[in-house]
Design a binder for this molecule. Structure first.
Ligand SMILES: Nc1ncnc2c1ncn2[C@@H]1O[C@H](COP(=O)(O)OP(=O)(O)O)[C@@H](O)[C@H]1O
Ligand SMILES: [Mg+2]
Length: 286
C-alpha cells in the first residue's frame, strides 16, 4: 500500500472482518492507595477499514481505551486481540497519535526529517527511495513546499499534518488518534477533518478516533461508540448512516446528521449532569 493508491470510491464496501476485539476488559488504576475502576468487563469489536469515533464524558476512559489497544497500558483483567493475536505491549501495525502533537514532533528536525524518522524506525531502505517516499506522504498531507521547514516555522495544523504523515509512512493497519484536532482553531479543524477522510479513503487503514466533539464524530465516522462515565461501558454503538463522501457543508445539513448529533449529545450531557451511572441502567440503549 502506498500513499498514491487510487481512492476507494465505494467507501461503504471497505468495512471488513473484525480486526480488534476486547473481551471482558477491566482496568483499575491505583494511586496513593486509592483505586479507580475505569473499565469493568468491557467487550467490543472493531471492523477492519472502519472509521470508529469514541465519545464520552471527560475522564470516562477514552484515552485509556486507546492506550489499552495500543499496548501502552495493560488490562487488569480480560484480553484485547489485534488480528487474532493477544496485545501484549506495543504491536507492529498500530500507531498511536497523541493528543499534544507539539510534544511528539522533534523541534530540531525539519518536516522531511521528522517524517523520515517514522520510516527509519520501521523499515530499512535505500536513502534515495526513502526520500521519495517521504515526499509522497508530504504531498498526501498537503505539505509540499514545506519539507525543509522546522516545526517552529509551521502553524499548529501544519505540525499535526507532519505527525499524521510520520505515522502513515509506517503503513499502519490501525491508526489510534487521541483528540488529534482539539488544539487547533475551528477552520483548521474543518480542513484537517477533510484531510483525514481523504487519507482514510485513499489508504486501507482502520481509524480509531477519540474526540470530545460529538459533531466531529458524526461528520467523520462510519461507527461511533458513546461511553458512559467510569466504570465505562458502551452506552451507544451506532452506525452512522450518512452518504460518502462527506461534504463539510451538505453533510452537516442532512437530517440524519442533526438527529445523530442530538442523540449523542443528549446522552453525554445527561451523564455530565449525573443522569446515567457507569453501570448498565434499566432502559439504557444497547
Ligand atoms: N496512568 C494513570 N494513573 C492513574 N489514573 C489514571 C491514569 N490514566 C488515566 N487515569 C484516570 O483514569 C480516568 C480515565 O482517564 P482517561 O482515559 O484519560 O479519560 P478521558 O480520555 O476519557 O478523558 C481518569 O479519572 C484519569 O484520571
Ligand atoms: Mg483523553
Amino acid at each position: 500500500m502506498t500513499a498514491s493508491a487510487s481512492p476507494a470510491t465505494a467507501t461503504k464496501n471497505r468495512i471488513g472482518a473484525t480486526i480488534i476485539e476486547a473481551r471482558d476488559v477491566g482496568k483499575v488504576f491505583s494511586v496513593n492507595q486509592n483505586s479507580l475502576t475505569v473499565f469493568d468487563g468491557l467487550s467490543y469489536s472493531v471492523r477492519a477499514g472502519s472509521f470508529l469515533s469514541i465519545v464520552g464524558p471527560s475522564g470516562c476512559g477514552k484515552s485509556t481505551l486507546l492506550k489499552l489497544i495500543a499496548g501502552l497500558e495493560t488490562p487488569t483483567s480480560g484480553e484485547i486481540f489485534f488480528e487474532g493475536r493477544k496485545v501484549a505491549g506495543p504491536a507492529r501495525g498500530m500507531i498511536y497519535v497523541f493528543q499534544q502533537y507539539s510534544k511528539s514532533i522533534f523541534p530540531w528536525r525539519t518536516v522531511i526529517e521528522n517524517i523520515d524518522f517514522g520510516l527509519q524506525s520501521h523499515r530499512k531502505m535505500p536513502r534515495k527511495h526513502a526520500r521519495d517516499l517521504c515526499m509522497e506522504y508530504i504531498r498526501l498531507v498537503g505539505l509540499d513546499g514545506y519539507e525543509n521547514y522546522f516545526p517552529y516555522q509551521l502553524s499548529g495544523g501544519m505540525q499535526q499534518r507532519v505527525v499524521i504523515a510520520r505515522a502513515l509512512i509506517c503503513e499502519p493497519k490501525v491508526l489510534l488518534m487521541d483528540e488529534p484536532f482539539s488544539a487547533v482553531d475551528a477552520l483548521t479543524r474543518a480542513i484537517l477533518q477533510e484531510l483525514i477522510l481523504k487519507i482514510w479513503d485513499a489508504i486501507p487503514v482502520t481509524i480509531l478516533f477519540v474526540t470530545h466533539d460529538v459533531e466531529e464524530a458524526v461528520f467523520l465516522s462510519s461507527h461511533i461508540f458513546s461511553l458512559t462515565k467510569a466504570p465505562a461501558r458502551i452506552h451507544q454503538d451506532l452506525d452512522v448512516d450518512l452518504a460518502w463522501p462527506r461534504d463539510p457543508i451538505r453533510t452537516r445539513a442532512e437530517p440524519v446528521f442533526t438527529q445523530t448529533r442530538q442523540k449523542l449529545f443528549a446522552s453525554i450531557f445527561l451523564q455530565e449532569k449525573g443522569g446515567l451511572a457507569g453501570k448498565p441502567a434499566a432502559g439504557a440503549e444497547p
